[in-house]
Design a protein around this ligand. Sequence first.
Ligand code: FES
Ligand SMILES: [Fe+2]
Length: 347
Amino acid sequence: MAIDGNDFLRDIWYFAMPSAALKPGEMRDKTLLEEPLVFARTSEGKAFALRDICPHRGIPLSDGWFDGKELECCYHGWRFAPTGHCTCIPSLTEDQEMDVDAIRVRPYPVEERGGGIWVYMSADPRGRAEPKMAPPDLPEVTTLGPGLTERMIFPSHIDHAVIGLMDPAHGPFVHQSWWWRSKRSIHEKAKRFGPAEYGFAMLRHQPSSNSAAYKLLGGTPTTEIRFRLPGIRIEDIEVGDKRVCNLTTVTPIDRQTTEIHHMMYWNVGWAGALKPILRVFARKFLGQDRDVVVKQQRGLKYDPNLMLINDADMQAKWYYRLKKAYGGWTEGAFENPVRETTLRWRS
Ligand code: FES
Ligand SMILES: [Fe+2]
């Protein structure tokens, strides 16, 4: 089963950190899905990740040293290559024969795209299985690297973070502000949705006229918003040859802590000058989403029954259906439970 006891999907790629957060020769410890990992980048620039536990006596490898090639444990100096194989046990005398190479720390497949480090969290505790698929496909403009990166911690399980971020009906209440929308601007929406890779998409459309932020781009923008398991939202905006992409990734740290990264990419020269303003808006926006999740936790601790209504909560229903289908998927092509349809709601 590709779903674990914490309700985290396994055998799937998660966003771990922005590429810029790991310089050549650096290592960084990070808990993901309640597992301790150490990420490092060789002096040649290749990122890798290992389980952050020395197989000798269990001390975190991140407490040791990294010389840009190998990790060295701080306790007895055992050394480990990026593949996880042990390369040296300093206490061995010349005549003591030991197959050092057979000792291996669990490696995690790592790939970089869109200026981010992605890690494959396998269900196999030794991590020997090959990834079932590649990391998410991102729009072309993401190869330029993010112009803006924001990070936020939500004190909730990933499920509530994901459905809170994708929820179309909370906008006028949670995100009230002059530059986005107000309660008075509520009107009926009808949007076409369809299945997409390991998820679903709000098919390409012209965004609603009450979003003042889009007007900045001039012309008539069209937007496609894709959601993909385990919690990746890709908003792809086109205006003529201008492209803007918003990438939001949701990654569980543990059962009660979820990390959100929001990255913006653009090929619009002048957008760089707007960075300070964009940053303020992105922070405010994400902060509003986090604050409402913080309030929600006060109710959720009593484990109440919850409701998902049509059509405003349909995307949340799809998320749970997709997660269940993925969790039970063992062979053949993945069967996406989402069908093309129009959803209608007021927001
Ligand atoms: S605990 Fe790591 S080398 Fe002994
Ligand atoms: Fe929101």
